[in-house]
Design a protein around this ligand. Sequence first.
Ligand code: RFL
Ligand code: PHB
Length: 393
Amino acid sequence: MKMHTRVGIVGAGPAGLVLSHLLHLEGIESIVLESHTREYVESRVRAGVLEQGTVDLLNAAGVGDRMRREGLGHGGIELRFNRRGHRIDFRDLTGGRTITVYGQQELVKDLIQARLDAGGQVLFEASDASIHGLETTTPQIRFCKDGEQNEIDCDFIGGCDGFHGVCRPSVPEGVLKVYERNYPFGWLGILASAAPSSDELIYANHERGFALQSMRSPSITRLYLQCPPDEDIAQWPDERIWEELQLRLAGDEGFHLNEGPIFQKGVTGMRSYVVEPMQYRRMFLAGDAAHIVPPTGAKGMNLAIADVRILSKALAAYYAAGDDTKLNQYSATCLRRVWRAQHFSWWMTSMLHHFEADGEFDYRRQLAELDYVTSSRAAATSLAENYVGFPIE
Ligand code: RFL
Ligand code: PHB
């Protein structure tokens, strides 16, 4: 089948779905292609922290109802080291800005529902997507669905297909420059039916490695442990996970880590990655397709949403008056925020994890930095303003 749309979007993650929704609000038609099933993308467990600016954007775009009801507002986080907790008070340090804990898959559900309710096209199980005609003014996306070959002629393509997608590799050799760093560890993440042990997130630096307590609801805890980068999850029976979490999150002040049945487990590698520019001709890369941050700064989904907000405004200016200034500035505008988040995520990662190759000196240096961040208002403000995020342009 042959189709035409203004913006062909590859990927129904946060980037692709928010882009399609924002374009709809601007009166610009789009089609979203997703290789997986709707059930799969709605149940994929990933991010949990939304910056103030992301929450504001989703509310203003009319897709924040359930997030407002079920999301958990947090005015701070705890940094734990030497068995003691130290609170970073976001509200106080940033003039009232906060974060919201709301599972990425819940947001994805809300966005899919909003697109379908508005008559939007989200084509699931679209396999073998490929990009063609990037040198022309009507690039095409070809894909297979229900055994049929299809082609969409587009004015523009939104490459929102994540780190392993097809859009970035479709750019001719030599155009994109890659900047990257891999870390010698990963995160083992679990979801457990247990009440969170503390109202706020706890980021713990421990000699045995990093640990994080987060949550999804008043009865579901999300916990992470630093582990080897390609750890076999079979090495981690539930008892071992709880034992290690108990050790790493232990505190002197009567802290008790609640345990409960674990119903989801997974290991993720950690990397920092950026391609420049985030555009080739009429194809724009957004979200994980263009950049990856280690999750310690909780920035990935927020960056994805900031990218597509900038892209939707640029496309709106183009369709309203043929003005392509903002489209031409897209990459530079996004990259400024991306590199700020890269620095912050790298900094949080290096301050909080145990680096096998480092010695006692580096551990003492980490403790000195944590002591500074939790005792100097200037240093704490820097962490807080980065964590709650900067306003989206
Ligand atoms: P996604 O979510 O990967 O979506 C891309 C979509 O494209 C589809 N796709 C294709 N579709 C059609 N044809 C193809 N050829 C395709 N190839 C791929 C995929 O199936 C998928 O549906 O990318 P997007 O939209 O850019 O969103 C990025 C976020 O998902 C990611 O940055 C965050 O999850 C990162 N992240 C966190 N971000 C935060 O902001 N706050 C957090 O607290 C946070 N914690 C995390 C995280 C990521 C984690 N993992 C598992 C990597 C914690 C973890 C453990
Ligand atoms: C999460 O709740 O999944 C989460 C929270 C904070 C992070 C990363 C992930 O830095």
